[in-house]
Design a protein around this ligand. Sequence first.
Ligand SMILES: Nc1ncnc2c1ncn2[C@@H]1O[C@H](COP(=O)(O)OP(=O)(O)OP(=O)(O)O)[C@@H](O)[C@H]1O
Ligand SMILES: [Mg+2]
Length: 291
Amino acid sequence: MPCIEVEGLTHVYFPGIPLETVALRDIELTVYDGEFIALAGAAGSGKSTLAQHLNGLLLPTAGCVRVLGRDITDKEYRQQLWRQVGLVFQFPERQIFSPTVFEDIAFGPRNMGWDSITVNKRVKETLALVGLPEEIQDEDPRTLSGGMLRRVAICGVLAMRPQVLIMDEPGAGLEPAARQLILTSIKEIQSQQGITVILITHHLEDAAVFADRVAVLHQGELLSVGKTGEVLSQTRILHKAGLKAPFAVELAQRLNELGIKLPTMPLTVEEAARLLYGLIKTTGAGSGGVQ
Ligand SMILES: Nc1ncnc2c1ncn2[C@@H]1O[C@H](COP(=O)(O)OP(=O)(O)OP(=O)(O)O)[C@@H](O)[C@H]1O
Ligand SMILES: [Mg+2]
């Protein structure tokens, strides 16, 4: 079932004056219920502009965006959209001003109109979902590490139980381990609760591990969209978009040039190692081992 339908979407900032910028041009994209889709592209390619149309923060200059079957230009629906589509901005911790972690996470749920018992319950549940201890709710957010603070900020959106979660570069500026931790828990939430996740990233290694499908933006245009394995194998398109293909894909292509053909295209280093090991075992090559 389609969850978000984007048809012929064009967005122009400052139309008609010298600052005019065409940020999106004629985008066609369908996001399906319960899928994990990565939206990839270099800086300035239009990722955040597209994301802000999906929860009604921006309106199309031309074209149409439907979320859960309804047009976002419908005024009444647009005012409700934030309840269904949660958007985690880039560096969301910059918007944390509450004295305690609890107060910060409870802000959204209170706006939903839930009573204090439900709000308390949601805060606790959400902390557990992202692997944070319950006691953290009494702490001052300013005392937390970067990775923990980011998780708290994401909790603020997750606690509203959105049907669609959009995350704009949730791992930006974090250590790889912290980035991995966040994405792993979001993936778990997506598969357990059936929510739809849109991950904005320029790290295709993350898309390779977590996404079902990938859409590639380049200078406001959609260059490619499809299953993760298909899109991430299109190295020429990825390079055109200013993106680096996952290391495993580059490795497989270099091996192919040397006449070593892996049976399928690996997307992760683990997969590449497994395929290469299988090949060595069946052909008997490399039996001398590495000295
Ligand atoms: N508020 C704005 N006003 C005017 N122009 C904008 C605004 N936001 C973005 N743009 C321009 O629109 C284009 C797309 O920007 P956008 O922020 O959507 O790209 P992005 O892919 O999210 O980039 P990044 O990876 O740097 O976050 C760029 O040319 C940018 O300069
Ligand atoms: Mg952006």
